[in-house]
Design a protein around this ligand. Structure first.
Ligand SMILES: [Zn+2]
Length: 374
């Protein structure tokens, strides 16, 4: 093998290191009939319409592409140990293959009376690098992948969308495709099984696909077994629908500590957090749309005033509903004018292999920059 460029050498080193670091080859037993390099999304009203009612009408996936048997999966939108999924042979084998004596002994966290995470009893010295309490992203225990929280390149907007695949995302994905924008898409396992063609489209369009758990819980409130199941079955679902198994994930609400990070690391997963939060999910829910628009404007302004002169950001946004997706479409032109590049996390972090499969990431910096910025 000849390696002529430094970049290629570095890429290969990263790949080999990652493979060696994975304790388990769990993903190799996952089944998929999808070739991620040659995806054709079946044509039906749900994949072509931009009317939410039509798009979100449930369809039976083509059995030649997927055989989804509900008895073989956790209950949709319930913790991933449901439906006996903590008792399957594959899950027990996985669980027993892990040396739990090395797992940081951070307690399972509890909720306060409002249903939010209770950080009041937590040691202020932050022994567990608990993001919800301190926004810590550098683990304090050994053997844990540190979090990614911002794109290192200056004047860069790290484009990320959580909670998909949303059944009514056709117009939004059409827009991204027309604009040649690539994003990191953090998919919820339950949504992937409900809307597998939506997940297929994310890969077909060249987006960076990552995990966002099976049922979107506050992960530090879950037991070791539940955390493992939330991550494992989402990996399996994304593989089924796209032919790819992610190496990256995002904890819902950013709620992770070293115990959760360590379990994710056993599956070869690295967390992607953010350093700017639009709170777009709350628009029209708990705050006005105008409030979120002002946040967008502030973050756009930061691209012009030198805030990111030395390193870039990763921005938390959502494909959770038509309000958030429309706000994305409305604001992306100004974002692209204000920043040198608007790119996915795999590209901005120079990740050569964002999946376990041997498929090299090909996007390059500035690849998505529009003519006015070039
Ligand atoms: Zn989310």
């Amino acid at each position: 093998m000849q390696l002529k460029s430094l970049a290629l050498s570095a890429a290969l080193t990263q790949f080999v290191t990652s493979i060696t670091a994975d304790a388990s080859a769990y993903w190799q037993s996952f089944q998929s009939k999808i070739d991620p390099t040659n995806i054709t999304v079946p044509v039906l009203p749900q994949t072509t319409s931009i009317d939410p009612t039509t798009e979100c009408k449930y369809f039976l996936p083509d059995p030649n592409l997927f055989a989804i048997n509900a008895t073989e999966w956790p209950s949709i939108w319930q913790v991933a140990t449901t439906n006996g999924m903590n008792e399957t042979e594959e899950f027990k084998n996985l669980y027993n293959s892990i040396d739990w004596s090395k797992c940081p002994s951070a307690p399972v966290r509890t909720l306060n009376s409002d249903g939010g995470i209770d950080t009041t009893q937590y040691d202020p010295s932050d022994p567990d690098c608990w993001w919800s309490a301190t926004t810590c992203t550098t683990p304090k225990h050994a053997g844990i992948n540190p979090d990614i929280r911002n794109c290192p390149e200056p004047e860069t907007w790290g484009l990320t969308y959580d909670d998909g695949p949303n059944c009514s995302h056709n117009a939004f994905y059409d827009y991204l495709e027309q604009q040649k924008l690539k994003a990191s898409m953090f998919y919820i396992g339950s949504n992937v099984l409900d809307w597998p063609y939506g997940a297929m489209r994310g890969v077909k369009d060249g987006h960076h696909i990552a995990s966002h758990t099976w049922s979107h819980p506050l992960m530090t409130t879950k037991t070791n077994q539940e955390v493992l199941a939330e991550l494992y079955y989402t990996q399996k679902a994304i593989k089924l629908a796209t032919g790819l198994t992610p190496r990256y994930w995002r904890p819902p609400y950013g709620d992770l500590d070293d115990r959760v990070r360590w379990i994710a690391s056993q599956l070869g997963l690295t967390a992607v957090i953010w350093n700017l939060d639009t709170n777009d999910w709350s628009a029209g829910e708990t705050v006005t749309i105008d409030t979120v628009e002002k946040t967008y404007q502030n973050y756009i302004e930061m691209g012009k005033n030198g805030s990111f002169a030395n390193s870039g950001n990763i921005v938390l946004t959502h494909e959770i509903n038509n309000t958030t997706m429309q706000m994305a479409i409305d604001n992306l032109p100004a974002i692209r004018s204000a920043y040198k590049q608007v790119i996915d996390v795999a590209t901005c972090y120079n990740i050569s292999y964002p999946y376990f499969e041997n498929l090299q990431w090909t996007h390059t910096l500035n690849a998505t920059t529009n003519a006015t910025n070039a």
